[in-house]
Design a protein around this ligand. Structure first.
Ligand code: DC
Length: 251
């Protein structure tokens, strides 16, 4: 897996250099948009690790690899590339030189990605990629197991949650649907199904790290959530939370 970390990035000088922020939570809890806004406020790099699982799923479907054949799907990892968008965030997915960022959000990927994400060989391959991305500079990394597995020594761990009803409502509004309509009920059912697979899998299940700050965002505006996370990061920074800042080495 080649990644474009740092290449072509136009990220401003970080306000909190070296800080590593892990944001986990269930689907449609707002992790990605919150993480992106936090990274931009703090001048840190941003990676949404769900993109990696989605990209592998998309590629496996395209190459007709069985989604439950973990080693075969994991073997596709080197063909997927995360690339920077104009703001320097690794929010683009490229395969064989083509930008497939839109395709990885397709319904077929939504349906298959939990199956791919529960394969041990896939997780091993992608955890290594994610750790490399976080190795040498500050970052906001978003996913399901960032605080528990990928970056257990992250400076700040946030677990963003919201009720299934609220998450389905937000997703429906994003898609221009009636939040009280039958499509929203279907979205909610699909979210609950994926939550159950993600939380119930044997390896790296979705759960808050013991030292995560859990934010339940029902009734909070987007700006409030971003403000809370930025504030928490600044507190960590002020307390010398970053290993890079204070020269401590971490395990
Ligand atoms: O956040 P998302 O909906 O794009 O994630 C897609 C899938 O990938 C979801 O089923 C959970 C899985 N995933 C994971 O298991 N671990 C991560 N760090 C990120 C995503």
């Amino acid at each position: 897996m080649v990644t474009g970390a740092g290449r072509g990035a136009r990220t401003p000088a970080p306000a909190v250099p070296g800080l590593r922020v892990a944001i986990d939570g269930p689907g449609s809890s707002g992790k990605s948009s919150v993480g992106m806004a936090v990274a931009s406020a703090l001048g840190l790099r941003f990676v949404d690790t769900g993109l990696l699982y989605r990209a592998l799923t998309w590629l496996a479907v395209r190459r007709e690899v069985a989604l439950d054949d973990g080693p075969a799907v994991a073997a596709l990892a080197p063909d997927v590339e995360l690339a920077p968008d104009p703001a320097g965030r690794l929010s683009r997915v490229r395969v064989d030189g083509h930008d497939v960022t839109r395709s990885v959000r397709a319904a077929a990927v939504d349906r298959g990605v939990s199956e791919v994400a529960r394969q041990p060989a896939v997780r091993t391959a992608l955890v290594a990629v994610q750790r490399r991305l976080a190795a040498d500079a500050g970052i906001v990394m978003v996913g399901r197991d960032i605080g528990t597995v990928v970056l257990p020594d992250a400076d700040l761990k946030v677990y963003l949650d919201a009720s299934a009803a609220e998450r389905a409502r937000r997703r429906a509004v994003e898609r221009g649907l009636d939040p009280d309509g039958s499509e929203t009920a279907a979205i909610r059912a699909d979210l609950e199904r994926r939550d159950a697979v993600d939380s119930g899998r044997a390896i790296a299940p979705l759960r808050p790290a013991d030292d995560a700050v859990v934010l339940v965002t029902d009734g909070m505006s987007f700006e409030e959530v971003v403000g809370r996370v930025v504030h928490l990061a600044e507190e960590k920074h002020a307390a010398g939370g970053s290993a890079v800042l204070d020269g401590r080495t971490t395990a």
